[in-house]
Design a protein around this ligand. Structure first.
Ligand code: ZN
Length: 192
């Protein structure tokens, strides 16, 4: 059963005392994750266990016991995220382009980076940050980029050229073409 109550998901998780305890929780998490068709990660508090264990399964199943993010890039990227605790909800979040993670069950450090072209690397990088956030009682909504309710500038001509961005791509268009995109909420006005 996946926990969907926000108040329970805001609970801070405690470290597990042993790797064995962490592995047992990790196995339960992978079983639960396998049941979902779309999930790529799950944290212990999402199944009611308030311990610092999470799993991700993008390229391969990975159990993280007492994970700590020890380095974060300053550079961030915008990513569309979902969460098994909030079915059918999606938000755009800002995540670090790369992070380095230490755990109790992997030797050395694990590096995750969305810097290259492989979309799976971006998914894995956003996912590991999303899951470790869960262990700190943080959900994707806390990381969401808030979209300001849009109000059209008053003195903008229909044929005036404006620059808009969706966070990845930037376009210069006549306002009459740009307006519907901006009002959809997916694009925003960008300082040219
Ligand atoms: Zn989640």
């Amino acid at each position: 059963m996946i926990i969907t109550e926000m108040t329970k998901l805001q609970t801070l998780c405690e470290e597990v005392k042993t790797v064995k305890e962490g592995e047992e929780i990790g196995a339960q998490l992978l079983t639960e994750l396998t049941k979902s068709e779309t999930g790529i990660g799950l944290a212990a508090n999402q199944i009611g266990i308030n311990k610092r264990v999470c799993v991700i399964n993008v390229k391969e199943p990975l159990v993280l016991i007492n994970p700590r993010i020890v380095e974060r890039s300053e550079k961030e990227f915008i990513f569309p995220e979902g969460c098994l605790s909030f079915p059918n909800k999606h938000v755009r979040t800002k995540r670090n382009v790369s992070v380095v993670v230490e755990t109790d069950n992997h030797d050395g450090k694990l590096s995750f980076s969305a810097e290259n072209e492989n979309i799976n690397d971006a998914f894995e990088c956003a996912c590991v940050q999303h899951e470790i956030d869960h262990l700190d009682g943080i959900t994707m909504f806390d990381r969401a980029i808030t979209q300001q309710p849009y109000k059209a500038p008053e003195k903008i001509g229909r044929n005036e050229r404006v620059t808009i961005t969706d966070g990845k791509e930037t376009k210069e268009l006549k306002w009459k073409k740009a307006q519907p995109l901006v009002e959809s909420g997916d694009w925003e006005m960008s300082p040219a």
